[in-house]
Ligand binder design. Structure first.
Ligand code: IPE
Ligand code: IPE
Ligand code: MG
Length: 278
């Protein structure tokens, strides 16, 4: 089934829970970048007495739903944590299933990405990714590289610490002078060089940790953790997360809530290199 993700019309049923939620969203203040730690597939399967791999299969449906919902809403960047550097510690069968599901996802969805002007980008250590997946990733990235509507970033074989070490390694190799190093130049050496920092980080399944995800980039990201397990995560949960995000006051260390002044000390802030690139 192929969709053109044009508008929200026909996508949201009148009188539905989804409609009531969408009405609460302020479309002039959407998060530009949403990042998601998709967690809880194993627990979802265990609750049903199914093998963990069934949880991962069900989880790929949530991925499809969330990509569509974000594109329709007008989110510009969506980053999905799909496989961490540490996930290699899992049984081989589970690891194989995860990579195979990703390959199937790319085969099923590349047309959707192309037709809907979505760009695919991968972050993480590529050379550790099985070749049959790497080849597909490169193909779909090439196919979608000029697409502008939304960038779907897949974090694969990704670790925040390793990404930082890799950046330092590149800096040293290029003999970057210490006095030339600042937050902005450093960011250019990360896998996320051309992405804004996430505004909103969602983690499913209730775990209160980052698990090595976007450690540098999440310095001022708003966190929203839901007990919903990833395979149960639906667009209404996404809408809820955005509504909650819009209730937050992002201060970036300033005092906007007390003074009512909007970043009056802009010069000072720039000198200190704001961590938010948005
Ligand atoms: C998230 O679900 C998927 C990946 C980490 C790849 P989990 O497999 O971690 O599910 P739980 O945490 O065991 O429930
Ligand atoms: C984080 O989930 C990684 C992904 C979602 C890909 P994990 O399930 O691996 O995290 P921990 O081990 O509970 O911290
Ligand atoms: Mg987990």
């Amino acid at each position: 089934m192929f969709f053109m993700f044009d508008t929200l019309e026909g996508y949201i049923q009148p009188g539905s829970v989804e409609e009531a939620l969408v009405r609460q969203i302020d479309f002039s203040r959407l998060p530009a970048h949403i990042a998601i730690i998709m967690d809880g597939n194993g627990r979802w399967a265990r609750k049903r007495n199914l093998p963990r791999t069934e949880g991962h299969k069900a989880g790929s449906e949530s991925v499809k739903e969330v990509v569509e919902a974000c594109a329709r809403l007008g989110i510009k960047y969506l980053t999905l944590y799909a496989f961490s550097r540490e996930n290699w510690k899992r049984p081989k069968e589970e690891v194989n299933t995860l990579w195979n599901l990703l390959k199937d996802y790319l085969a099923d969805e590349n047309k959707i990405l192309v037709e809907n002007d979505l760009r695919l980008k991968v972050i993480g250590e590529r050379k550790g990714i099985p070749y049959f997946v790497r080849r597909e990733l490169a193909r779909v990235e090439r196919l979608t590289r000029n697409n502008r509507r939304m960038t779907v970033v897949l974090a694969l074989n990704y670790g925040g610490r390793q990404e930082i070490i890799e950046a330092v390694r590149k800096l040293l190799k290029r003999k970057v002078r210490p006095e030339d190093l600042n937050e902005e130049t450093f960011s250019k050496y990360l896998d996320t060089a051309d992405l804004p920092d996430p505004d909103l980080l969602i983690r499913t399944s209730g775990e209160m940790r980052l698990s090595n995800f976007l450690l540098w980039q999440c310095a001022y990201t708003e966190l929203w953790i839901t007990p919903v397990l990833w395979p149960d995560f639906r667009r209404k949960d996404l809408f809820q997360a955005i509504i909650e995000y819009q209730k937050r006051e992002r201060r970036f260390g300033g005092l906007n809530h007390l003074t009512g002044e909007d970043n009056k000390n802009q010069d000072n802030k720039n000198q200190n290199e704001s961590t938010s690139k948005n």
